[in-house]
Ligand binder design. Structure first.
Ligand SMILES: *[C@@H]1O[C@H](CO)[C@@H](O)[C@H](O)[C@H]1NC(C)=O
Ligand SMILES: *[C@@H]1O[C@H](CO)[C@@H](O)[C@H](O)[C@H]1NC(C)=O
Ligand SMILES: *[C@@H]1O[C@H](CO)[C@@H](O)[C@H](O)[C@H]1NC(C)=O
Ligand SMILES: *[C@@H]1O[C@H](CO)[C@@H](O)[C@H](O)[C@H]1NC(C)=O
Ligand SMILES: *[C@@H]1O[C@H](CO)[C@@H](O)[C@H](O)[C@H]1NC(C)=O
Ligand SMILES: *[C@@H]1O[C@H](CO)[C@@H](O)[C@H](O)[C@H]1NC(C)=O
Ligand SMILES: *[C@@H]1O[C@H](CO)[C@@H](O)[C@H](O)[C@H]1NC(C)=O
Ligand SMILES: *[C@@H]1O[C@H](CO)[C@@H](O)[C@H](O)[C@H]1NC(C)=O
Length: 406
């Protein structure tokens, strides 16, 4: 195990994760493509150290055909090489989504972090920070600290000052599978200074494994967000304005009143510029509003989101302890990212073996985006030494045509 960082961080890792050689070995180690596999009945998934990313997720469809439901690459070494870097299946950190003007304040001190989005002539590197900066967590290799046949844990020590963030952060990302279910738990500790922490899982879904022979897009997928009657208002660059908006019934962002095909939303009011300037589609932070149900257990009070495809018959219920849910409809994809060998239609001349615009859906469990710059929301997004750890939990449960068996 190779870990760098302060003695405190290494101690925190060692204390919480005593990795024995036997534990590391029991999961089998990486395959020839650098992927680590975990398996349970009806589910098989692979992960890579790069960004602690999910790289494959196999579920049988209604015909008993294995489908690989998540975007990714064929091997671990290619993730760092690909210049497009769509944050494929990784953990954005230490602060997911956008930080306005790459600036925030803690206890009266203003911090400037590295920008990496929306460059101008005056600011060629960007005017805001997306997903933790140009070398955010999902550009780095995590350390595999445990691997069993059904679970894997990745760890990272994010040094003080990296990307401009104050203080060191130590984090453990654990993925587990059980029958037809993928669970994740993310824990992070600020070990030396107060710093913003907000994580997520940036997984690209296509419940047909990009093998639907009638449509290349995911616009026929049906989405339900039963607790999301509100969303975070954003400007043309997707930076929160501070306002919270109502998702009025029958408008494009209404996924709460009933399950709705994504494509249907494109015919409803409010879809134009819904994902920023000149962008038609979704890149939206929906609020998960369950306060009235307190107390509740997030493992049973849900799902916060359901996604299904009538073509494959695959239905996904997402349970989470988080209070927001970002949906991105792959507006920025344009057919230049290749599908994995395990996806798409082989020998089909009609569709190219690439991800088209609207070919997928990213669903991100998270907190309210840019809460550090909107203190009026009252979010807990700054963590310091001695605080309770940051924790994010989610559970992805699959069924086929409404049944668990497949
Ligand atoms: C990894 O995958 C990429 C993209 O599919 C491919 O170009 C490359 O040859 C592969 N490398 C190895 C070592 O398999
Ligand atoms: C990350 O790991 C991959 C293989 O899994 C390797 O090809 C790559 O060089 C590593 N990158 C860094 C920055 O260590
Ligand atoms: C497609 O998107 C990629 C990544 O954003 C970009 O580099 C490329 O220029 C785009 N290609 C076209 C034809 O728009
Ligand atoms: C952006 O932040 C810098 C400090 O990092 C500040 O000087 C500048 O006024 C801010 N710009 C806007 C538009 O808020
Ligand atoms: C932009 O980023 C590059 C590469 O990280 C860096 O060398 C340069 O100083 C940055 N420029 C500005 C204006 O911040
Ligand atoms: C698509 O696949 C389904 C299921 O395998 C099949 O029934 C149907 O005929 C196919 N349609 C086309 C247009 O190939
Ligand atoms: C897409 O959904 C529509 C119903 O909205 C249905 O008529 C059509 O057959 C579906 N197409 C595919 C390829 O799943
Ligand atoms: C939107 O697109 C139009 C037409 O291509 C262009 O003139 C305009 O500058 C774009 N607006 C922004 C904010 O990108």
């Amino acid at each position: 195990m190779k870990l760098t960082g302060s003695p405190l961080a290494v101690f925190a890792l060692a204390a919480s994760l005593p990795l024995t050689a036997a534990a590391a070995k029991s999961g089998g180690g990486p395959d020839k493509d650098g992927k680590y596999w975990i398996r349970a009945k009806g589910i098989e998934a692979s992960f890579i150290p790069y960004g602690a990313s999910i790289s494959n997720l196999f579920i049988d469809d209604r015909y008993g055909i294995r489908r690989d439901l998540v975007g990714g690459f064929d091997n671990a070494s290619y993730y760092g090489i690909d210049a497009q870097h769509p944050h494929f299946g990784g953990v954005p950190g230490r602060y997911a989504n956008r930080i306005k003007n790459s600036t925030f304040s803690i206890d009266g001190t203003t911090y400037r972090v590295l920008p990496n989005e929306n460059p101008t002539k005056a600011e060629p590197n960007g005017t805001d920070t997306l997903h933790g900066g140009p070398d955010g967590w999902d550009w780095r290799n995590f350390t595999v600290t445990a691997h069993t046949p059904t679970s894997i844990t990745f760890s990272i020590v994010d040094p003080d000052g990296k990307e401009g963030f104050p203080g060191e952060v130590v984090s453990h990302i654990t993925y587990t599978v059980k029958e037809h279910q993928w669970d994740l738990k993310m824990v992070a500790l600020a070990t030396t200074k107060k710093t913003p922490i907000m994580l997520s899982s940036h997984t690209y879904w296509n419940l047909d494994g990009f093998a639907n022979n009638e449509t290349q897009t995911a616009l026929n997928h049906t989405l339900h967000l039963p607790y999301s009657g509100q969303r975070v208002d954003v400007d043309g660059y997707l930076i929160p304005t501070g306002d919270i908006l109502a998702n009025k019934k029958g408008t494009a962002n209404d996924f709460w009143s009933r399950p709705k095909q994504l494509g249907k939303g494109f015919e409803q009011s409010g879809i134009k510029n819904n994902c920023g300037n000149n962008c038609t589609g979704f890149d939206t932070c929906y609020i998960v509003n369950r306060d009235a149900l307190q107390p509740f257990d997030w493992r049973t009070e849900g799902p916060v989101a359901s996604l299904s495809s009538a073509w494959s018959g695959i239905h996904l219920d997402v349970y989470s302890d988080q209070t927001a849910f970002q949906v991105y409809s792959c507006n920025g994809q344009n057919g230049t990212l290749a599908l994995k060998k395990t996806q798409g239609l082989h020998g089909n001349k009609r569709f190219p073996r690439t991800i088209p615009q609207y070919g997928c859906l990213v669903m991100e469990v998270e907190d309210w985006i840019d809460g550090i710059n909107n203190p009026e929301w009252g979010r807990k997004q700054v963590y310091g030494p001695g605080d309770e750890p940051y924790v994010l939990q989610a559970s992805y449960r699959f069924s086929i045509d409404g049944k668990k068996s497949a």
